[in-house]
Design a protein around this ligand. Structure first.
Ligand code: SF4
Length: 700
């Protein structure tokens, strides 16, 4: 969709430039307004991430912002079985603070914490993590990146010295070989997918590593040169086999690795990767991928010119998610495909501001700017600025919060814009944890699944009411500007600030979002050159933006890696413990579709719901026939964790033995069946591998 392809709904009397609140592409839009009404969202031709393009979500799916389901008044209740009672902001904040303080008085300072939201602005996230650190007095803060790209943070940091994605989107225009691993850009990052497809139509080669025949494998004018349709869970075996071929056939870029990489790590890695255990033949049966196909893909990646890796949650949401990220970084370094346009290791971030929520210090072990809470000098800087002594011990990750709640040690939680009861794995375990809390505060637009267990509901604001920034997958800091007044009467950061004040932290007293960004810039070296003024003048800027890079940084690691020399890491393949057997013979993997978004809280409340009303189970015709399953009929899906019922959709997209569903609708209960397996380094859940049985069912 392009700027001029608008549908007429009247003549605007003003326009406001802002940013889409869906995916990590971060498209810029002009909101055309008539009075207080949005009459259309027009993709902005000078938007640096979208160049005048958009997808159906950003263009049309913004009606949720004024949907009747919006809650605009604070509510409280003594017990979760009581009805909600509308109260004033003062009463809701006071009730919340008293219960949080009581939980700390009875169970210790670490008995409370919270989760920031990647749907919210960077400024709102900053205020939440600051509240937890300075007002709650601990580091019990985490973010939804825990369940999506936390392995990216760990893996790229270990190898390159920063968790940042390496390129800007426009860089794809100079790629000669594109390798897409565990990502479906057509559905999840549509505008970038179009840019990528343009390059493919110009002749760039394409390798797809994915268990499904995603759209990129074969669509109009595009056909992948190689589709490595691996069994879910064998990513690391494949990336090691690709590297094995490159090392064995003398395709390592010796000039690059000798100059730019740590030689001891290179030698250790080279010895490891040359072992025959990593050969294509050795892993062919385990991965289900033909050895010759792996060899051909490896040769193309290493010799085809500029080669760029793009990846998504099919890489990270595994028990070896971090290992796989490091494996891809090894590949890029070994072939010299890093540090210039057209190459790199590019995470396709899911949510509009997941990059920003990570940048703003939403991890329990890191202060803003990815600096350890244990670093006395860094912590000291924040202590001086925030006038509070800060905890030097990492706090709980989200799974730890659930476990500690069930153990009776974690009693209070503040959740901003994150529906953990629907989005996190092993739903029954999550619900048990939430029921065990003395105080659960949910800040959201709607009474979501998590709010069923809440004692306080603090109404949030939609992106149309927010003032601040979203940071996209290419580290681009985009302005979000309010097009209408807050429906709740307060900005979301103001609510958090009032909670911090009520907890006794009265030193926090921002008057507007620009002041928050000024503090971010003052305390975070990679943001030192960022201000609303600069963003308004330039349109947007990619961090790092500081004295060393006043215009921002489209490409990372150009002259040297952030850590100095790039570090190769030995990436031994360890199979997942989630095994198929006679009782659970199929592997379930999950993902999403173009017209819906994550847990669907927004898109289900727009006209998009007409396009895709329910989650379905995709199953290969041979599996369907073997089990007597007919297209469109109900099927029961059972795992070791639980059971749910969906309609079957028989599809050649699936490989035999693998089934697939989405998690956009709470009724479908996809996460009732996913397991608590997680990445060894970051606890990112293994959503992509669940052993299941599928049988015909009579009805839902
Ligand atoms: Fe919004 Fe992403 Fe679509 Fe752009 S591609 S309009 S950011 S959902």
């Amino acid at each position: 969709l392009q700027e001029n392809s608008v549908i007429e709904h009247g003549t605007p009397d003003r326009t406001v430039l802002t940013t889409c609140a869906y995916c990590g592409v971060g498209c810029s839009f002009k909101a055309e307004m008539k009075g207080d009404q949005v009459i259309r969202m027009v993709p902005y031709k000078d938007g640096k991430a979208n160049h005048g393009h958009s997808c159906v979500k950003g263009r049309f799916a913004w009606g949720y912002a004024t949907h009747n389901d919006r809650i605009t008044k604070p509510m409280i209740r003594e017990k979760i079985t009581d009805p909600w009672r509308e109260v004033s902001w003062e009463e809701a904040i006071s009730f919340s603070a008293e219960r949080l303080k009581k939980a700390q008085a009875e169970h210790g300072v670490k008995a409370i914490g919270g989760i920031t939201s990647s749907r919210c602005t960077a400024e709102e996230v900053w205020v939440v993590q600051k509240t937890i650190r300075a007002a709650f007095g601990n580091n019990n803060v985490d973010t939804c990146a825990r369940v999506c790209h936390s392995p990216t943070g760990y893996g790229l940091n270990q190898t390159f010295g920063t968790s940042a994605g390496t390129q800007d989107f426009d860089s794809v225009e100079e790629a000669d070989v594109i390798i897409v691993i565990g990502a479906n850009p057509t559905d999840a990052h549509p505008v970038f997918a179009s840019q990528m497809k343009r390059r493919l139509r110009e002749g760039a080669k394409l390798i797809v590593v994915d268990p499904r025949k995603i759209d990129l494998v074969k669509s109009a004018h595009i056909e992948a040169d190689h589709h490595l349709a691996l069994k879910p869970g064998t990513n690391v075996a494949i990336v090691n086999a690709l590297a094995h071929v490159i090392a064995k056939e003398g395709l390592i870029d010796e000039a690059f690795v000798q100059e730019r990489c740590d030689l001891q790590s290179l030698n250790e890695w080279r010895n490891f990767i040359l072992d025959e255990v990593n050969s294509p033949e050795a892993i062919a049966q385990e991965s289900g991928v033909d050895a010759d196909a792996i060899r051909a893909a490896a040769r193309l990646y290493a010799t085809g010119g500029n080669a760029a890796i793009y990846y998504g949650l099919g890489v990270t949401e595994h028990s070896q998610g971090s290992t796989m990220v490091m494996g891809m970084a090894n590949l890029a370094m070994a072939t010299g495909n890093i540090g210039r346009r057209g190459v790199g290791v590019n995470p396709l971030r899911g949510q509009n501001n997941v990059q920003g929520s990570c940048d703003m210090g939403s991890f329990p072990h890191e202060l803003p700017g990815y600096r350890s809470v244990a670093d006395d000098a860094v912590r000291g800087t924040f202590e001086t600025a925030w006038q509070r002594e800060l905890d030097s011990v990492p706090g709980y990750r989200i799974p730890n919060m659930f476990d500690e709640a069930i153990a009776g040690k974690y009693k209070g939680m503040y959740v901003q814009g994150e529906d953990i009861a629907q989005s996190d794995p092993n739903t029954l375990h999550v619900e048990e944890a939430l029921k065990a809390l003395d105080i659960l505060i949910v800040q959201d637009l709607f009474l979501n699944e998590t709010a069923r267990f809440a004692h306080v509901f603090l109404p949030g604001t939609s992106f149309l009411e927010k003032d601040g920034t979203f940071i996209n997958a290419e580290r681009r800091i985009n302005r979000v500007r309010p097009v209408m007044k807050s429906a709740t009467g307060l900005e979301e950061w103001e609510v958090t600030q009032r909670l911090a004040n009520a907890m006794g932290y009265t030193e926090m007293n921002y008057s507007n979002a620009a002041q928050i960004m000024d503090e971010i810039a003052a305390l975070t070296p990679t943001f030192a050159g960022v201000s609303f003024k600069r963003l308004d003048e330039t349109g947007s800027v990619q961090w790092p933006c500081n004295d060393a890079a006043p215009d921002g940084t489209p490409i990372m690691h150009e002259e040297r890696f952030v850590r100095g020399k790039g570090a190769f890491i030995v990436t031994e393949y360890v199979p997942t413990t989630e095994k198929t057997n006679r009782k659970f013979p199929l592997i379930l993997t999950t993902g999403r579709i173009l017209s819906q978004y994550n847990v669907g809280a927004q898109t289900r409340r727009t006209d998009n719901v007409d396009w895709w009303e329910e989650d379905v189970l995709e199953i290969h015709p041979s599996d369907a026939e073997a089990k007597g399953i007919r297209d469109g009929h109900w099927v029961s899906i059972r795992s070791r964790k639980g059971e749910t019922t969906l309609r079957a959709q028989i599809s050649e997209r699936m490989a035999p033995g693998v089934v697939y569903t989405t998690f956009h609708h709470p009724e479908s209960g996809a996460n009732v069946i996913t397991t608590e397996n997680s990445d060894w380094a970051t606890n990112c859940p293994e959503y992509k591998v669940t052993a299941v049985e599928v049988t015909p069912a009579n009805h839902k």
